[in-house]
Design a protein around this ligand. Sequence first.
Ligand code: NAD
Length: 240
Amino acid sequence: MKRLENRVAVITGGAKGLGQAMAEVFAKEGAIVVAADMGEMTYQCDHVHYMKLNVTDVQGVQTFFDEVVARFGKIDILVNNAGITKDAMTRKMTDDQWNAVIDVNLKGVFNLTRLVGPHMEANGYGSIINISSVVGVFGNIGQANYAATKAGVIGLTMTWAKEFARKGANVRVNAIAPGYIMTDILKTVPQELLDSFAKLTMIGRLGQPIEVANAALFLASEESSYITGQTLNVNGGMRL
Ligand SMILES: NC(=O)c1ccc[n+]([C@@H]2O[C@H](COP(=O)([O-])OP(=O)(O)OC[C@H]3O[C@@H](n4cnc5c(N)ncnc54)[C@H](O)[C@@H]3O)[C@@H](O)[C@H]2O)c1
């Protein structure tokens, strides 16, 4: 028996990067996966269905949710993974930089989960995984907006773990806080900075998307049936 047999999973930001790695691993383990992304799909994989979604568009999120439930019957697993950076030192950060990151990384998570959480509660089953960051745990120079959102989703995680299980439903909510993982989101980070981040890990290197995807698979599956409200640090032992 595969670990996600008969499960329907929605992964936001599923068109590339960490979202792609999670979609491929979940599909391999038997799930039907909806890769929801405002960008174009960058890969093909059996049982991974691309659907266009901008998580900041409240009406679009409602339409998306209705379509997924109509097409696939239910949502068992939600990974809130879509995220962006717009870095600047606090004294130079513009309102646009602040608002854009809050809107995608924090409000976007809320927009979809306020529909999917109660849906899972009504179904009596679900696993929600919020993608935070090592930056949300330790803070980081030049990333006040991003750090605020990634710390914020840890607060949401603990709140929703309580809310959606309140009536006895088997709905678990956890976060993953990845360290620096080799995806496009790091494109703008200078190589010498990436090298210095690698030195801050205990393992001595940056991470690969599959290493986050395997942690997500664990939290999505019944192997983590007694784990909720937690943040799993997948960062090679990094301290910022
Ligand atoms: N790569 C890392 O080092 C790292 C570390 C910690 C946390 N994270 C987090 O992991 C998540 C995935 O990052 P990644 O590294 O794969 O980045 P990525 O840039 O490769 O992928 C992000 C995806 O999110 C999508 N997206 C952006 N805004 C969206 C929106 N409004 N609606 C729908 N989709 C949207 C993009 O189109 C893209 O496909 C992000 O939340 C990021 O903050 C990444």
